[in-house]
Structures are given as C-alpha cells and as structure tokens.
Design a protein around this ligand. Structure first.
Ligand SMILES: [Zn+2]
Length: 180
C-alpha cells in the first residue's frame, strides 16, 4: 500500500489523532514558537523580506486571492461575533478609539489607504497604511518601542516605493559620489 492509499483509507483516524494532539499541545507549541521567533528574529525577518522582495507580485496576488475567497467567511464570523456580543463590541470600540485619540493625536498620514490595509503608527504623530498581514506578522508596541524598528523599516520602504517613478534607464552609481 502506498502512503497515499494508506492516507485515503485512514483519513478520518489520522485527522482525529492530529487534532487531538494539536488540542493537547496547543499552549506548548505556541510558547515554543514564540521562543523560536524571539531567538531567530533577525534571520526570520531577513528571509521574509528577501522572499517578499523576490516574490512581491506573487505574494500580493496570493493575499488578494485568499482574501476574496474568504471575505464572506471573515465578514460572517465578525458579524456573528458583533451581534452576539453587541454591548461588549460597542464598549471596546468606544474605549479603544477614545484611548487612541488621547494617546496618539495622529497628525500625519504618509500614504493612501488601500484594500486590506491597516493604519500603522510609526510614531505617535506619523502613520502609514501597510498590508494587514504584515502589520500582524511583526509584533510591535509603540508604547514600549518593541519591534518598532523592524516594522517602521518595512513601512518606510513601502511608503518610499509608493513615491518612486519606475525607470528603465540605467543610472550609473557614480552619480551619487560627491567629490571632495
Ligand atoms: Zn502598528
């Protein structure tokens, strides 16, 4: 029997075992993943950035495809939660927007809003829209400064890219050297 055949014949059983294992070890896995991330942060980010730079178009297409496929599902889940927790939802919206207004006056926005974007605070006064996926993938905290360098570097890159004029002309490096 090939592995494929075995899997087809025992699918239910295999999935049940996997789910059980996952449920029992969830906490543990989360902790070890977090630990791994903080120990290998530089490498992970470097790899992610490199991959993103090389596969930018594909990444964007995949994200968009995923989003449009799951949009209804996402919205339905959110809607359900909102109706089931109405008071809680309104309270939390009120509280968080009041707190944000008080702490971060938000004076400047560097770029245009786009679909699937989140507003990220580079500083208490300066904000920019970046893809939700990136905003969630890089843990950061404006209050403590944790992770801010990484996410801001990415954000500035995105903002600057938005200001760029594509060129096919070859521009020589030496143009940047100032003789002294
Ligand atoms: Zn942010």
């Amino acid at each position: 029997m090939t592995t494929k055949e075995y899997y087809a014949n025992h699918r239910e059983q295999i999935l049940a075992t996997a789910n059980k294992y996952y449920a029992e070890h969830r906490e543990q896995q989360l902790i070890s993943r977090k630990k791994y991330y903080s120990n290998h942060r530089e490498q992970i980010l470097a790899t992610a950035n490199k991959y993103y730079a090389e596969h930018r178009e594909q990444c964007l297409a995949a994200t968009n495809k995923w989003r449009s496929k799951h949009k209804e599902q996402e919205l339905a889940t959110l809607k359900k939660w909102k109706t089931e927790h109405k008071e809680q939802y309104f309270e939390s919206v009120k509280k968080s927007s009041a707190r944000r207004k008080r702490d971060y006056p938000s004076l400047y926005i560097l770029n245009q809003k786009f679909e699937g974007s989140h507003l990220h605070h580079l500083t208490p006064e300066i904000m920019a829209y970046i893809p939700v996926a990136v905003h969630r993938a890089v843990p950061h905290n404006l209050r403590t400064g944790e992770g801010m360098q990484e996410i801001n570097l990415y954000t500035m890159n995105q903002v600057l890219l938005g200001l760029c004029h594509p060129t096919t002309e070859f521009v020589h490096d030496e143009d940047c050297i100032t003789e002294v």
